[in-house]
Ligand binder design. Structure first.
Ligand SMILES: NC(=O)C1=CN([C@@H]2O[C@H](COP(=O)(O)OP(=O)(O)OC[C@H]3O[C@@H](n4cnc5c(N)ncnc54)[C@H](O)[C@@H]3O)[C@@H](O)[C@H]2O)[C@H](O)CC1
Ligand SMILES: [K+]
Length: 503
């Protein structure tokens, strides 16, 4: 599935119309009929529906929806919230078809008038503003939105809740707080931001027959779904041996932090790694080894004095390495040597990100892929921005940072944004609030490590890993646990069920 900005959606539309030969009127017909079909399955004929239309093509969708609902025998009324002359083009065409049905059309100019009318209805279909909204919401639409939000009725938005911008980085001035949004063709960027996602309520995407070539013409971001994982997940060879499933290493764990490295190692093994070596300090080895007997161990002696040649030899045998879980904030020299002496992917997480930030000021000689996996706080530290700024612009800040430093960025959150050094982006929206706990990041690092060992395409490996992590939490909360009691160790055990659905 694609994720689009407003500009990309218009470009996709233009391509579908000009090169695909589908008329705009037909796209509008498809959009309206698809939404109406969903509405007839979700609501009953006992519920009275008020379709509120604005001046643009979003309003045009509203006229089509109303026509289909009326044809199916639903009790539906259209309220036009703008002057007649403002309705033009395809929207005017579909308004004409609505008028031909001889059902009523009320034109409303005053907010109080709308309020009085709405008392007689159960459901509001919001087709006032779509992705064409610009700047501050003007009167009287502004007051209409207030009336709608205060109505207490069920609010169903078409494409986007009216007033909400489609793109990130725009302050939300005034917008409808929908219970449900039927998104036309592809989710818009604001579906995935903390502050704006709440306006959508539940959402569902309507396919309106836009050819895939139209989407590919503007190379939009992707939302990673099970079908993408199924299409890209490496198949196990019948004659596979531990060597062919990849060798990986987790480096971390100070004396007082054995848990992080243990979680990463166990998660990497549960994700199908052939061999995992835990590189940690002497005090941790007996603790970690007692709970992870499948791993081998490497004594990290270079902690206080930099890197030793026996460390370097061990690192060079690996297919991928994860660094930083529970490692503490000192000794940045080790990371530089690790990055410069290895040709496999290196993933940097947790305290390792603080070491890496120190390296940003100097040149690190490295050709192989580097992956960083910050949460919002760590990304704010790395980019010298506030968390608030980052939450408003996570896509553009991640992209700019990944391109500038030529790294893969996994920005962890409810919606995890994965960015490649060339700017390509994938969102993983799996998971739940049960993951908002200590240790789940260490588990993700372990899963990603194994994915990196087994897939040539780093971006896809990372997207698959995020899917596994989030889906494990979803299954566990559906069947066994709750978001309250779910622990990072449970997420490791839940992986078995996710893998069974992939084979
Ligand atoms: N995606 C598709 O393939 C299709 C989408 N459809 C629908 O079309 C809208 C986008 O239509 P557009 O006409 O470009 O924009 P709007 O409907 O949002 O209307 C713009 C209109 O609104 C007024 N306006 C803009 N800003 C403000 C403001 N701040 N305050 C008050 N009023 C404002 C102004 O008059 C503008 O001209 C998309 O979302 C889909 O719903 C097609 O139906 C099918 C194909
Ligand atoms: K809308």
């Amino acid at each position: 599935m694609y994720i689009v900005t407003a500009e990309e959606m218009y470009e996709i539309d233009r391509y579908a119309i000009e090169k695909g030969g589908i008329e705009g009127k037909i796209l509008m017909e498809n959009a309206g009929s698809q939404v109406a079909q969903q509405l007839t399955q979700t609501f009953t004929k006992r519920e009275k529906m008020a379709v509120l239309v604005g001046s643009g093509n979003n309003g045009g969708d509203g006229f089509v929806i109303a026509r289909y609902l009326a044809e199916k025998g639903f009790d539906v009324t259209v309220f036009q919230l703008v002057a007649d002359e403002k309705i033009k083009g395809d929207a005017a065409f579909h308004k004409h078809l609505w008028l031909n049905t001889s059902h009523p059309l009320y034109q409303i100019t005053e907010p109080l008038e709308l309020k009085q009318h709405l008392c007689a209805y159960d459901i509001i279909i919001d087709a006032i503003l779509g992705i064409g909204v610009l700047g501050e919401i003007r009167e009287p639409i502004r007051s209409f939105i207030n009336v709608i939000n205060q109505s207490g009725l069920v609010k169903v938005a078409i494409d986007i809740p009216s007033g909400l911008p489609a793109n990130e980085g725009i302050h939300v001035d005034k917008a409808i707080k929908a219970d449900l949004t039927y998104i036309i063709d592809a989710p818009k960027t604001t579906v995935f931001l903390e502050d704006t996602s709440r306006y959508y309520g539940k959402w569902q995407v309507m396919n309106i027959g836009i050819p895939d070539a139209a989407h590919q013409s503007c190379n939009p971001n992707h939302l990673w779904r099970k079908k993408d994982v199924l299409a890209s997940f490496p198949k196990r060879d019948l004659y596979a041996h531990k060597g062919s499933n990849g060798k990986g290493m987790v480096i971390g764990g100070q004396a007082l932090m054995p848990g992080s490295i243990l979680l990463s190692a166990r998660a990497a093994l549960r994700s199908g790694a052939g061999l995992i070596t835990v590189a940690t300090v002497r005090e941790n080895i007996p603790i970690v080894a007692s709970q992870c007997v499948e791993a081998t161990y490497h004594l990290l002696e270079g902690f206080s004095g930099g890197f030793q040649s026996r460390n370097r030899e061990a690192f060079q045998q690996m297919d991928a390495i994860a660094f930083g879980m529970g490692i503490g904030r000192q000794n940045a020299t080790m990371l530089r040597e690790l990055l410069e002496s290895t040709t496999c992917p290196v993933l940097i997480d947790a305290d390792g990100l603080y070491h890496w930030k120190d390296l940003l000021r100097s040149q690190v000689k490295r050709d192989a892929p580097t992956v960083i996996t910050p949460h919002f706080g760590e990304m704010a530290m790395l980019t010298d921005r506030s968390v608030a700024e980052l939450k408003q612009n996570p896509f553009s800040i991640s992209r700019q940072f990944a391109q500038q430093h030529q790294v893969y960025v996994v920005l962890k959150g409810k919606n995890t944004i994965i960015t490649a050094p060339d700017g390509e982006q994938i969102v993983s929206d799996q998971g739940n609030a049960g993951l908002a706990k200590g240790g789940t990041g260490d588990v993700l690092s372990g899963i990603l490590l194994t994915m990196l060992m087994q897939h040539q395409n780093v971006l896809i490996a990372l997207a698959n890993g995020c899917y596994l992590h989030g889906t494990s939490a979803e299954y566990l909360v559906e069947e066994k646990h709750s978001e309250i009691d779910l622990l990072a160790t449970d997420v490791i055990e839940g992986l078995s069920q996710v893998f069974r659905t992939l084979s």
